[in-house]
Design a protein around this ligand. Sequence first.
Ligand SMILES: [Zn+2]
Length: 417
Amino acid sequence: MKKNTLLLTLVLLLVALTQNSLAQSSSAYKKVYVIQVNDTHGRSTLHHFPRVYSRIMSLYRQLGRENCVVVHTGDLLSRGSGITAKTRGAANVAFWTGLTDDPAKNIDCKVWVPGNGDFYGKGDTPEEKPYKFFPSGKENAQFLIDAFTKKGGSVLLANLFDKKDPKKLAFKNAKSDVLLDIAGVKVGFVGLTYVHPNQTVAKEVNVSYDYDQVLRDTIDLIKEKAEIIIPVSHIGYVNPELKENTCQGEYQLASRNQGFPALLGAHDHKPREGTRIRRTTAANDHELPANLLYSTVTYGNTGFGLGDKESLDGSGNIPGQVIGLLTLYFDTRKNKVATTRYQFVSVPSYYGTSGRKVAASYVADQKACEVQLQKWIKANAKKDYLIKKWGPLTYNDLSNEWPKRIIPPAPVPTEAP
Ligand SMILES: [Zn+2]
């Protein structure tokens, strides 16, 4: 009897100890979620805004808003729909930062690193032709930066400096870095961008292509305070336009690991996930540095699916549009990231245009987004920043492509008497 009781007590004690240590080890990790979007390219029709909105709302519900941050790694403006063109990108900034006054209903993108396409404006390059009614690229980018920061977001441009003062950043209200509290962890973001040397804005600001140095300098500014550092970039994986003897892109930045667990990239429209790079025909694909996450996700470039048709559409592995979801498992005992995970999260089809069934919550969110858009359009229909050339903003602009070749609309046929 006594022996049995002792044995039972021992077993119970062991079970209790094991459970206790299990509970401890699971509570020693905090999960930090970074929701990444990039290269959305002004895509803001009814095929895009509501479905992306519904996916992000569902992620917020699933993961807890306080554990998430939405990050846009560039090219929010260029190309796109009528609403993008007429509002000079203001509608896109409003979508990502929140269309309503109710924070619980907003996407609330907290970090944006503008890409080359976000600096288009009246200029000399062929790419800027469709933007000839915009103010200059620098002025329009400042307008978008102001709109974004006014909503509480941070615009990160660590490598664009003032033309006259090389120590000052080129844009008012932009920063080199930001520290955010996500899931109780201090996460520092550093933003690097690429503008083509011939782009008009490159003549208006001082662009540093010494990405290694800028990244090192900026990390130095925050490494004491940040528990995790994530560079966010719009340089491109390997950018052939950058000089061969310099750091040619995110691949090299990631290889020369400067103590960050992940680098979120953009620009080249090629999806990559961790070490499982999709085998594409591109000549510039490399094996990734071990234990280092590099990711580029894109949607919207073609208006359907991902940017690179040949790398995705054929395989059908990632149908439709996707959003990147980076999970950082932060070990609170060692005070560092234990492991990372990057997933492509697919975006549900728009409820009105597909035969596929989607969850009722998606449909409800998509409808809610439409209502928000209608209200926003009404409130902004005649704002002074609109390009007057194309008339007031209307709901129809959500279904229109960028005004064709900037030709004034055909005269309205006069009604028969
Ligand atoms: Zn780009």
